[in-house]
Design a protein around this ligand. Structure first.
Ligand code: ACO
Length: 305
């Protein structure tokens, strides 16, 4: 449990393992100052090994998700102070290097303005859900820089090429709905449903085997820029790592998942994870299909022949 209080960020931890990280400079539209970045680096580092945190949702307080880098504090006030600039830049890597291969699932919940440098953490979180009403803009071109901080790279990887060029070079705004159509976010929903839909996704992810989920998200990230051969080796090694991590908690997802489907007929993998995936508890060998597994999804429990 993270007990420390921060000046630019709030951390709310739910009992089920969901931890909310809420940018808390609403009066500055959650613009990212050097202090903000230092706090975010500390928080994200701590949560990665916090036993009470199984999944992180990042979002903003007020009308903005984040108005990007703080033009005054992050840029102008560090000009002429290379040490301060370097420290701010190093701490701002929570958004890309840290989030990209984070050891726990992350969701960015885009509640309002998402501008410039905020694209980085929106795109580096594993999942993103926006309010239909959210406003996105690559405003850099309008005030004098190119989209740095890996934004150009992330945008050109995520968007269709013509959309990437168009929005980077015009700075035009687009909505959460348009962001979903372009692949910037997974989905957009009316703002009144944003929290509910985000928690629905979080709950779904928390029901998975955490080691399998971690390995899967790393595999999707890491293989993006690998050769075919390297990807094959990486995936073999990653599969072995999952087994090893599961063994450390006295579990074997692979064997358990197959056993519950083939022998116990306790679940169907197409509709739900196997029973006990999240907590690593196995069912009795040859035991009855669990009522909870059958109830959970629309699919009926499977019958033994
Ligand atoms: N940096 C520093 N201060 C900011 C930023 C920012 N990125 N964004 C907003 N603020 C401050 C404003 O200066 C203002 O402060 P003040 O009350 O002390 O005058 C306060 O937040 C509110 O801003 P408004 O413009 O009044 O808020 P409004 O809701 O009307 O507009 C909007 C919000 C559209 C986000 C607007 O503030 C804006 O265009 N901000 C700049 C966004 C931007 O270009 N960010 C940089 C992206 S590039 C990068 O990150 C590398």
């Amino acid at each position: 449990m993270l007990k420390k209080k921060f000046s630019c960020v709030k951390v709310n931890q739910q009992k089920d393992g969901v931890t909310w990280v809420i940018f808390n400079r609403p009066e500055k539209r959650n613009a990212m100052s050097p202090t903000f970045h230092a706090e975010m680096m500390e928080i994200m580092t701590a949560l990665e090994t916090d036993p009470d945190t199984k999944l992180v949702i990042i979002t903003g307080e007020g009308t903005a998700y984040s108005a990007g880098q703080d033009l005054k504090e992050y840029f102008r006030e560090t000009d002429g102070n290379p040490a301060a600039k370097a420290a701010a830049s190093a701490n701002s890597r929570w958004r890309n290097e840290k989030l990209w291969m984070y050891n726990k699932p992350t969701i960015s919940m885009v509640n309002g303005f998402c501008i410039g440098g905020a694209f980085t953490h929106c795109l580096c979180a594993d999942f993103s859900i926006a309010a239909n009403e959210a406003v996105f803009s690559l405003s850099e071109v309008n005030w004098g820089i190119l989209p740095g901080g890996m934004v150009s790279k992330l945008v050109s990887d995520a968007f269709r090429p013509r959309d990437a060029m168009f929005y980077a070079c015009t700075g035009r705004t687009f909505t959460g709905k348009e962001a979903a159509a372009m692949g910037m976010v997974n989905l957009s929903v009316p703002k009144k449903n944003l929290r509910r839909e985000t928690l629905k996704l979080a709950k779904e992810l928390l029901e998975k085997n955490p080691n399998v989920l971690r390995g899967t998200k790393h595999a999707i990230r890491a293989t993006q820029d690998m050769t075919w051969r390297a990807a094959a080796d990486y995936l073999n090694a990653k599969g072995a790592e999952i087994k090893q991590r599961d063994q450390a908690r006295g579990h074997d997802a692979y064997a358990e998942g197959i056993r519950q489907f083939i022998d116990e007929k306790a679940y169907r993998p197409v509709f739900s994870p196997y029973v006990g995936a999240a907590d690593g508890k196995t069912t009795e060998k040859g035991g009855k299909p669990r009522a909870s597994a059958a109830r959970k999804k629309k699919a009926p429990a499977r019958k033994k022949k």
